[in-house]
Design a protein around this ligand. Structure first.
Ligand code: PHE
Length: 494
């Protein structure tokens, strides 16, 4: 238990110093605080059980309007005494009435003059005269009027008979005022008076005041206002994370064009020219320009031969006639595997460890599970003696870094790999296995024409579905809708 502020400390000290219950106004006078800050400090102290607040009814005396007037000019009888004394101590009554400065109070003045025995009425030659012998000292009633001139005061502090008398005369009014009384509790009497501070300031250090304060510990479990600072889009965040994982694992990033020739997107990957994936339904073909030149004639010839009869790859090829025109057509790349083959073509010496995380396009109906534009994660490893086992190992490690432990590898098929596999992850919420990415060892039909002598491990798959898994999002479109509410609330690490 500690004090929140200097104000609380001042109040506690005032209560200890006086050793009794204090009214609010008295408390304010003693501490120099204003009513409202004293009130809030007292309520916080009472919540802590250090003080208790009770109410007390107090009678206050204050001057009436008439009383104010008399406090300036003197009570009527005092004024009459002065008038008569100024006249030599004796004055005909009617003359005094005329000379009296305030006619309406003359009768009252005369009444009180006699009652207080400050003077007497005597008939001289049949004419009534006022006779005053000497100036009387200040009466208790006059003292009360003088005292109240500076403001209302508790009746108990004044001469109560005089107050009664004056209120009977309409000079003073007595009012009941309900006042709150603050007193120390047992705990408040015992506690060490130290102010709790949440921040150690240079001021505290310089003045040595730190010795007298209690450094408050933070309550890290306390609720706070939600804060929405600027942040990256979760997708961008995730792409950064995936790239970091690849980098940690010793990979470097490769980049390739979004508009690609069929040659690099399909043919160099030994995808037959009549493969269904090439059809309009799956692939966006460009209209302007619709095709490009293929620069490396020797490479083009090797790829043609491989497709037609297997060339020197030990394969029989797909048979039929390979069309260079078809290979020259431009498409929006349908996967990032073309980035990998292009990279291999330019880097034929082992070891190669590259990745790409980038955009790809497919002519698909937009739905909760597919978009026409999305991201793929792609990686390749080329080295003298790498095998499928290494690929499984690398991917297991990769997924583990993403927080996915339960991954399996199932046999699959791709035109460019042999053997081929799919990695699948178990999604408990859905109660089923989800395909993460395709992988395999590039066929000689892919590597030989490029001039690659060593095995190449390759894998690739969608990025969004991984992020959906992580965020618990079931509709892929959510990732692209830019719904501010969702973007603000979505957790970085669910
Ligand atoms: N390119 C494949 C896809 O888009 C994935 C893949 C990459 C498969 C590399 C095998 C090797 O699904």
């Amino acid at each position: 238990m500690s004090l929140e502020s200097r104000i609380e400390k001042d109040i506690m000290e005032a209560l200890r110093r006086t050793g009794r219950a204090l009214g609010f106004s008295e408390l304010c006078t003693l501490t120099g605080l204003n009513e409202s800050s004293a009130a809030s400090a007292v309520s916080s102290l009472s919540q802590k059980g250090l003080v208790s607040v009770s109410t007390r009814e107090t009678k206050y005396a204050r001057l009436t309007g008439e009383g104010e007037y008399h406090s300036i000019n003197g009570l009527p009888e005092r004024r009459l005494v002065k008038l008569v004394l100024g006249n030599g101590g004796i004055m005909p009554l009617e003359e005094a009435r005329k000379a009296y400065p305030d006619e309406s109070f003359f009768t009252i003045a005369l009444g009180w003059l006699r009652r207080k025995r400050w003077g007497a009425i005597r008939a001289i030659n049949g004419v009534p005269h006022i006779v005053v012998e000497k100036e009387p000292p200040e009466g208790v009633d006059e003292t009360v009027v003088r005292t109240l001139a500076s403001g209302p005061i508790e009746v108990s502090l004044l001469n109560t008979d005089a107050v009664k008398l004056l209120s009977g005369r309409g000079v003073v009014r007595v009012e009941d005022k309900v006042e709150r009384l603050v007193s120390l509790t047992e705990a408040g009497r015992l506690i060490e008076l130290k102010v709790a501070v949440t921040q150690l300031t240079p001021e505290l250090l310089r003045t040595g005041e730190w010795r007298n304060v209690e450094l408050k510990s933070y309550d890290v479990t306390a609720d706070v206002e939600p804060l929405y600072p600027g942040r990256l889009h979760p997708l961008t965040e995730f792409i950064k994370e995936v790239k970091e994982i690849f980098t940690e694992m010793g990979f470097t990033e490769a980049k390739g064009p979004l508009v690609e020739s069929c040659f690099w997107n399909f043919d160099a990957l030994f995808t037959p020219q009549d493969h269904p994936a090439r059809e309009m339904q799956d692939t966006f073909y460009l209209s302007h320009p619709s095709s490009t030149e293929l620069a490396d004639r020797q490479l083009v010839e090797r790829v043609r031969r491989t497709h037609e009869d297997g060339w020197e790859t030990g394969s029989t090829g797909w048979g039929g006639e390979w069309s260079e025109e078809a290979a020259k057509r431009l498409v929006l790349r349908t996967h990032t595997t073309c980035v990998s083959v292009r990279y291999l073509y330019e880097h034929r010496e082992p070891p190669v460890k590259v990745f790409s995380v980038d955009r790809v396009f497919r002519n698909e109906r937009v739905s909760f599970k597919s978009l026409a534009e999305f991201h793929q994660i792609e990686g390749i490893i080329m080295d003298k003696r790498v095998t499928l086992r290494d690929l499984k190992g690398v991917l297991t490690e990769f997924y583990k870094k993403l927080g996915l432990e339960k991954v399996q590898f199932w046999p699959s098929y791709f035109p460019y790999t042999e053997p081929s596999m799919n990695s699948v992850v178990y999604v408990p919420q859905a109660g089923r296995w989800l395909e993460l990415c395709g992988m395999g060892v590039f066929r000689p039909e892919v590597t030989k024409p490029l001039g690659i002598e060593h095995p190449v491990l390759a894998w690739g798959g969608g990025l969004e579905r991984l992020l959906m898994l992580r965020l618990g999002v079931t509709d892929i479109r959510v990732l692209y809708q830019n719904d501010l509410g969702w973007l603000r609330r979505v957790k970085l690490c669910p």
